[in-house]
Design a protein around this ligand. Structure first.
Ligand code: MG
Ligand code: MG
Length: 258
């Protein structure tokens, strides 16, 4: 069952999403070659708690940390480790927070140091896929329209769209109905109505769309070992149109100062 939100609930969700957005801004300030994912995780946890919010991933499905940090061929769900981030890595940072009972869920893939042009293009196209998906989240469309246009843009660039993981409804729980695939057919799936709140999160692979699980049975990596990128926004449908509740503003401001 889809839980449609009132305007008041959407405003609470915006506050939660903004906490996550500012947290990713803190990560952006700190990320550089040599820092460890666990150090980034500690920065994120302490910032979220300073905002009277609660890390949204911690304890969810027994996940032990605040951030999922997935490097290079890791697609999503990576555990933060004490292995330093290296020059040339791409680092996907996915963060959730709970504020006043509502979840925010938001992700950005960082290029650290000197990243090769073909990998930078993967990041750019994946970010574009997110924007293209957001545009489709409007009354008159169906959920399948979001995935259709994301998939078109990714595949036009020769990339693979991960099938095993999808976006989702979000609200008082992290994962609500409906599922929001990054692939699909136009005009199919649930109708998009006012009050729908979803996390749109393209996971795009430079090579094959196929993925596999690491031995931990949790971390997901590309089957061919090529890099994967992930960007995510929380979106509410208001007055027929998509409104992005999260923002990359803080990330972009921090990166511009580097
Ligand atoms: Mg996420
Ligand atoms: Mg999500």
């Amino acid at each position: 069952m889809i839980v449609y939100k009132t305007r008041e609930e959407v405003e609470l969700m915006r506050e939660a999403a903004q906490v996550v957005s500012r947290t990713l801004g803190k990560v952006a300030e700190a990320i550089e070659p040599g820092i460890t994912p666990l150090e980034l995780d500690a920065i994120a946890e302490s910032y979220i708690r300073s905002q009277n919010a609660i890390p949204g991933f911690l304890g969810l499905y027994d996940f032990p940390n605040t951030l999922c940090i997935s490097i290079n061929e890791q697609v999503v769900h990576g555990y933060p480790t004490k292995d330093p981030i290296k020059d040339g890595d791409i680092v996907s940072v996915d963060c959730g927070a709970i504020l006043d009972g509502y979840y925010g869920d938001h992700a950005y893939t960082f290029a650290v140091g000197d990243v090769s042009p073909d990998v930078l293009k993967l990041l750019k196209v994946t970010h574009e896929c997110l924007d293209i998906g957001v545009e489709q989240a409007k009354v008159g469309n169906r959920i399948g329209d979001i995935g259709y246009y994301i998939q078109q843009h990714a595949e036009k660039n020769g990339y693979g769209v991960v099938r095993e993981l999808v976006g989702h409804g979000i609200g008082k729980t992290m994962h609500e109905e409906p599922q929001v695939p990054n692939f699909g057919r136009r005009g199919r799936g649930k109708k998009i109505l006012d009050g729908l709140t979803i996390a749109i999160e393209p996971m795009i692979n430079m090579g094959t769309e196929r993925v596999k699980y690491l031995e931990d049975n949790w971390t997901i990596v590309t089957a061919d070992g090529k890099p994967s990128a992930h960007f995510e926004h929380d979106v509410a449908v208001i007055d027929g149109k998509p409104e992005v509740l999260s923002t990359f503003k803080y990330v972009e401001e921090a990166l511009a100062k580097k």
